[in-house]
Design a protein around this ligand. Sequence first.
Ligand code: UDP
Ligand code: MG
Length: 316
Amino acid sequence: MTKKTPILYLIVPCYNEEQVLPDSAERLKDKMQTLIANKKIADNSRILFVDDGSEDKTYQIITDLHNSNPLFAGVKLSHNRGQQNAQMAGLSIAREVADATITIDADLQDDINAIDKMLDEYVNGAEIVYGVRSTRKKDTIFKRMTAHAFYKLMIKMGVDIVYDHSEFRLMSKTAVDALFEYQERNLFIRGVVPQLGFKTAKVTYPRAERKAGKTKYSASKLLSIALNGIASCSTKPLSMIWWTGFWLNLLSLAGLITTIILMFTIKLHFIWPILCTIAWSASLILLALGIIGFYLGKTYVETKHRPHYIIEEVLN
Ligand code: UDP
Ligand code: MG
């Protein structure tokens, strides 16, 4: 493997990106040609567009780009499967040939000049380099707020996620191979990559606005991604059932004892101990559900067949 002048594959998932793709392709081509000229990457590096079942002219544009210059490669998915699957499809092809891969959105909201710094980190030994947004001033207030709520919710729910990092990331072949050891269907890439380990680095850049076309993520789609991400990387919601039951149990039991005493001393209405008994019964149901949740969580983790460990190096 050549760390100095790696074969680099840029992986660009595209869903209905006809409006932005010609301009993005031009900018990516310039960037790659400069990197090749400066011997920062090998000349058989590629820009790999993954058409995620677009309904517009996206694939036609990719085909034309490929015919015009071998630097452009393309792959077409038969159906829209979402950004993550498109990324995995691109990575599966790239890992056959590339030493390093960088995933980047087609609208180039992430700064392509950060690629240079990513490559420097890679040459210095990092297997994974995260692109982290230093500012989101160009995003709408709504996008900024929902995105930050998304990261906070994920972290609270126990998902190991890099704050303000999306899908702009460099991964070496070693890291990509390790990612493919995770064979689960509900793969949340951003939640799994930090679990791979290896030497990692971060590069920061300001996030630009989308030049053309529309975002593919509505608020409801973003919420469903967050819920899927939590469900695929954390069993915390299940343990929350147990803890709710636990505290409700203590509270209602204390309430029951207190209200019984007060019923006999200050003649408190008998409805209060009855209410506390109802709350106590509910807490017992929650505790029982929590115990089931505990086993369900264990079973869920087992069904994922995640690797027990990833070997980084063997000295022999
Ligand atoms: N994308 C995709 N499949 C989808 C939705 C989005 O491949 O089903 C791609 C899209 O073409 C873009 C990237 O994912 O390259 C990010 O989408 P977008 O820029 O709309 O997201 P935002 O920046 O608004 O979060
Ligand atoms: Mg975008």
